[in-house]
Design a protein around this ligand. Sequence first.
Ligand code: SF4
Length: 183
Amino acid sequence: MLIEDYDLEVFTPPCEPGAERYAARARLMVDISEALPYLNATLRGAVYLPEANALTWKKGGHNIAFHAYEIATSNVEDREGAEKELKGLIDLVNRTWERRAEITPNYETRQRPTPMAVYRLLPQTNCKMCGEPTCYTFAIKLVASQRKISECPPLLEAQYATQLSALQALLIEAPAIGKAGET
Ligand code: SF4
């Protein structure tokens, strides 16, 4: 197991007093730098920053960052959720490291799509069926992994099949963390 010991801290970021969003940080006793290219190869939508020795990932609107000696998550709704998510991330690193012989490490830095690039592929009717006031709002949330492509019903109609394929290629939706094999 790569990560055996760590110090866990859950807190409300000082820049967001009263926001009722939580962050959690695990200070690690080992350097996980060598695991980052393996995570980059398996975590869909992750952005690896070799010069910073870091990997960032968005999941469900949460901002996740892996560094050499630290793993952090932020923008989580409650204290218990932040702690649970961080423990899930530690399990994820350990599982990925144990499987590294089966994984080709990826040292490339992917670019996240912009909201405008996503918006251009949406129906642009502002029909509100997704619950958002505009297609652009939906695009912003898609990029942040807070919404899923399937939550725009018109996009599933035959006339938007080309846009749907392009969106699926552009936006790689991250799966849930926590269960073995779910990366
Ligand atoms: S359901 Fe789709 S088309 Fe309608 S507002 Fe939402 S994103 Fe736009």
